[in-house]
Ligand binder design. Structure first.
Ligand code: MG
Length: 383
């Protein structure tokens, strides 16, 4: 029996890696649905290659182009509601949620609501809407399996002990490309510098977030919701080699870590085959040459984003939504050349400091705060 899988965001970095994994696991997995925002050429090519039942394209302008290139028997959905409709129609057993940014939220919620297991590569769903998503997970019985490498590592390490025996977790961070740059040089960072990550190959948004350490800040919030941990139970460690993907510390002081090459195909495959493990296409670590691993505490003065991550985890409610939206808007303005690199976190912080917390928000309140934060970023930059 093949596992019916839908991939939302199939043309992005995670989606493409997931299809490489699936191509090697064709005996177990059948791709029944694929969705993308606008890259219709690649989406059509994927639909042909995997002979999928349903495709969805969020940007309606590409509907006809996509239709002309898709196999005749493939059903096509288009527009903002297309991703949710895809989940309703193609009846997957597992959804890989890999849409970048807050745009992936409605489809993630739709899958969880139906009790469908979700592999969560879209950390924004939890960062923005953890307050709504987690109670829904509990009610529907859907499994939420993290694909983010750090959270996959924590998820795996947690299986070594009881939840009540967890003292804290250690999220590792490479420190990004500017870890050793003098602070005054950060003002001169170009878009090209920020897109050049030392160890991981990822999409542009998450690569810029890694350079500011906002990615780790969002991961603190993600871990808070996913594992029910307080901000005080989440420690960030700089680990430039990106080999230890994260660790769980139990109450007796024992640390359980997950290690491997920095290759997203490993956590993607684990989510796809969980609780089983199967031989994969990622290269195992090479232990035939000497290897040194470094760990150091982060400099919170240098990486202001981390402080915001802890604060958002502490406040809960709408605070993650505000942090994420302000950062998304600021990163967009940086990519458009409107603000320098160092302003990304400054602007995000200014907006975050001004928001009024709501402890138990509804989805509407979360989305309203998201919109508010984006407008505030524009105001902040215009000033
Ligand atoms: Mg990560």
């Amino acid at each position: 029996m093949h596992k019916r899988v839908a991939i939302l965001g199939s043309t992005g970095s995670i989606g493409r890696s997931a299809l490489e994994v699936v191509a090697a696991l064709r005996d177990e997995i059948r791709i029944v649905g694929l969705a993308a925002r606008q890259e219709w050429r690649l989406l059509a090519e994927q639909a042909r290659r995997f002979n999928v039942e349903y495709v969805a394209i969020a940007d309606e302008r590409h509907r006809d182009n996509l239709r002309s290139q898709c196999p005749e028997q493939t059903h096509m959905l288009a527009g903002a509601g297309g991703l949710v409709e895809l989940i309703e129609r193609c009846e997957p057993r597992f959804v890989l949620a890999a849409v970048v940014g807050a745009a992936g939220l409605p489809a993630t919620l739709a899958a969880v609501e139906r009790g469908i297991d979700v592999g969560l590569a879209n950390k924004e769903s939890l960062v923005v809407a953890g307050a709504v998503l987690m109670p829904l997970v509990q009610r529907s019985g859907a499994a939420l399996i993290p694909v983010d490498s750090e959270h996959s590592a924590i998820f795996q390490a947690l299986q070594a002990g009881r939840r009540e025996d967890v003292r804290r977790i250690h999220l590792t961070a490479s420190g990004g490309p500017f870890r050793e740059w003098p602070r005054e040089r950060l003002a001169e960072v170009t878009l090209g510098d920020a897109l050049n990550h030392p160890t991981w190959s990822m999409g542009p948004k998450v690569t810029i977030d890694s350079a500011t350490m906002m990615n780790k800040a969002l991961e603190i919030v993600e871990a808070h919701w996913l594992f029910g941990l307080s901000a005080e139970q989440i420690n960030v460690l700089i680990h430039p080699e990106s080999i230890v993907h994260s660790m769980v510390e139990f109450c007796d002081g024992s640390l359980i870590a997950q290690l491997g090459t920095p290759d997203m195909r490993t956590p993607i495959q684990y989510a796809l085959t969980y609780p089983r493990r199967v031989p994969g296409i990622a290269e195992p670590l090479d232990w035939t040459t000497p290897r040194v691993l470094h760990f150091e505490p982060p400099d919170l003065g240098r990486f202001g984003a981390l402080r915001l991550g802890y604060e958002a985890a502490r406040r809960g409610g709408v605070s993650g939504a505000v942090l994420n939206a302000a950062n998304e808007a600021a990163v967009e303005r940086f990519r458009a050349g409107a603000i320098p690199f160092a302003r990304i976190v400054e602007v995000t912080e200014q907006v975050f400091e001004r928001h009024v917390p709501i402890p138990q928000p509804t989805l509407e309140e979360l989305l309203a705060r998201d919109a508010w934060a984006r407008q505030e970023v524009e105001r902040c930059i215009a000033r």
